[in-house]
Ligand binder design. Sequence first.
Ligand code: ADP
Ligand code: MG
Length: 347
Amino acid sequence: MKISHASVLAAFFSGLCAVTGTVGASAAEDKTSSTGFFLDTVVTITLYGDTDSTAMDGCFSLLEEYEQMLSRTIEGSDVWNINQSEGKATVVSDETADLIETALEYSRLTDGAFDITITPLVDLWNIEGKSSLLADGDAEEALQEDTADVLIPTDEEIASALSHVDYTVVSVEGTTVTLSDPDAEIDLGGIAKGYIADRLKEYLLSQGIESALINLGGNVQTIGTKPDGSKWKIGIQEPFGGSSDIIAAVACAGASVVTSGTYERYFELDGTIYHHILDPATGYPADNGLTSVTILSESSVVCDALSTACFVLGLRDGSELIETLDNVEALFITEDETLYRTSGFPE
Ligand code: ADP
Ligand code: MG
């Protein structure tokens, strides 16, 4: 029995790396970059041009604020309050209500492939916890005997968790959120980074910033072009490669590029990868021959929701859906490392 793990820390640097290429010497001097850790993710913000610290400080205050609002594990956050409500109505911030409504819109569009009530399954699989556990050699050895029993939930456990996964139990009226199933819980992990990236962009534009890169753990949003007027080149990581192994690069200006991949958070057992993108139809990690899906669009929240959803939908249904949407493009990578682009995805 062969088991291995993904380093969770390495996952923070995986997905997309912003490859800014070479910029002119003077432009490079006019660059400010700051890194922090929010919502389980390494965040890097890079501002170009002549700026004082106000805009950068403002971004990090916003990140702090959104983490306190949207984290599932911070006591008293909006999401925490909703999950503790046991079916009672919960009043949340405008932003949380707005984000949940957007999430529901993408659940409807994808026929439930994207579903924020996935929480009981996320907890049951605990991919991240098991990945860290397996990173500890002693624990791995101790597991030898009954590894499969310990790592893979039983059919009964999956059925029981699945019975509380249903986005139609979530209702939003104004800023009041109600879960009609008292045992349902929401998890915005598949969409929050995109939403926050859009809010940071809005804020930076209001501060007069004309050129910037916002990178929330590989969820990239851009403002304008590089200072020399050329497009940003956002690198897409080779699945299971090192974080600097780039399989393709997407040129964009003022747009967002977001990737969902199996290699970000997973463990492996007997040659099967068990990863963090779960199929609400089966209760198992989505298993359809894909290793990553990248979405390109102006809106990062759209990219984030659709990258997760298309990963679940698979190459055929996912690309069919993307072709029906204006100004959204996708790149699918399959297990044999073949790249499939929708009609408008840049070569
Ligand atoms: P990452 O967080 O690595 O960028 P994604 O945006 O694809 O990746 O989101 C994956 C996260 O979303 C999971 O860790 C889990 O919290 C949640 N999730 C898993 N499956 C689904 C799903 N089918 N619909 C909505 N959210 C999901
Ligand atoms: Mg996502």
